[in-house]
Design a protein around this ligand. Structure first.
Ligand code: PGA
Length: 257
């Protein structure tokens, strides 16, 4: 049975509190038939921390989920500038993007940090969207599977149940570059990720949603999401404009039976 789809927008360090309401209204306007049923296709937005409260309030009415883009692995303590999962829950947030390649690349997040953050989320029943993916160099050297296995295993060893986690396969070379993995390249990586999780936990492997991320747009989302092991998309640039994001949602809705 096909898993439910998830279309997630990652706003990164874009947009102010005042942009949230107009974005939501614009999104509604561009999905005239109404939003798809969340059980079949969930829509999620990850705004910056400062807009989370507003986004939670505004998007709740549209049945659009909201995620933070990061969290700390401790629930409290002397960690200046950090935000814990407990704090996110406190304002109603139940989803967090963990281990995005920009966090790994610019803020030295390691597999161990990512695994600890996932544990912190699961402990408080917050759903982590765990990002993995190889760099261009790693792909050129034929290391894609090795890197993916290492990143996934680090998380699963620490969190054997994985519970309600979502995985996002985001090849680093495809993020913000306009270069998308072909549907076959993406499917191969997704299939590989699912097979590693299946080996560790069969039920989880069958059930886990694996999103593709990296230059997803309205003109390539359909082909990607038609692949057996691709259950949705994590979208950066193309999620910033409501009309474009709505087109992506509409394309994906076309796949619902
Ligand atoms: P992009 O970003 O869609 O702009 O390539 C994807 C991401 O970083 O999640």
């Amino acid at each position: 049975m096909k898993r439910p789809f998830l279309i997630a927008g990652n706003w990164k360090m874009h947009k102010l509190v005042g942009d949230v309401g107009p974005f939501a209204r614009e999104l509604e306007k561009h999905i005239p038939g109404g939003f798809p049923d969340k059980m079949n296709l969930e829509i999620l937005i990850a705004p910056p921390f400062t807009s989370l409260i507003e986004a939670h309030e505004v998007f709740q009415k549209l049945d659009v989920s909201v995620a933070a883009q990061n969290c700390h692995s401790h629930q409290k303590g002397a960690f200046t500038g950090e935000v814990s999962v407990e704090m996110l829950r406190d304002i109603g947030i139940r989803n967090v993007i963990v281990g995005h390649s920009e966090r790994r690349q610019f803020y030295n997040e390691t597999d161990a940090t990512v695994a600890a953050k996932v544990a912190a989320c699961l402990k408080l029943d917050v759903r982590p969207i765990i990002c993995v993916g190889e760099t261009q160099d790693e792909r050129n050297q034929g290391l894609t599977q090795e890197v993916l296995a290492r990143q996934i295993e680090a998380v699963v060893m620490e969190n054997p149940e994985l519970q309600q986690s979502v995985i996002a396969y985001e090849p680093v070379w495809a993020i913000g570059t306009g270069k998308t993995a072909t549907a076959t390249e993406a499917q191969d990586a997704h299939h590989f990720i699912r097979s590693i999780i299946r080996k560790l936990n069969k039920t989880m492997g069958d059930k886990v949603q694996i999103l593709y991320g990296g230059s997803v747009k309205s003109d390539n989302v359909l082909e990607l999401m038609q692949q057996e092991d691709i259950d949705g998309a994590l979208i950066g640039g193309a999620s910033l404009e409501a009309s474009h994001f709505a087109q992506i949602i509409s394309s994906a809705s076309g796949l619902l039976g």
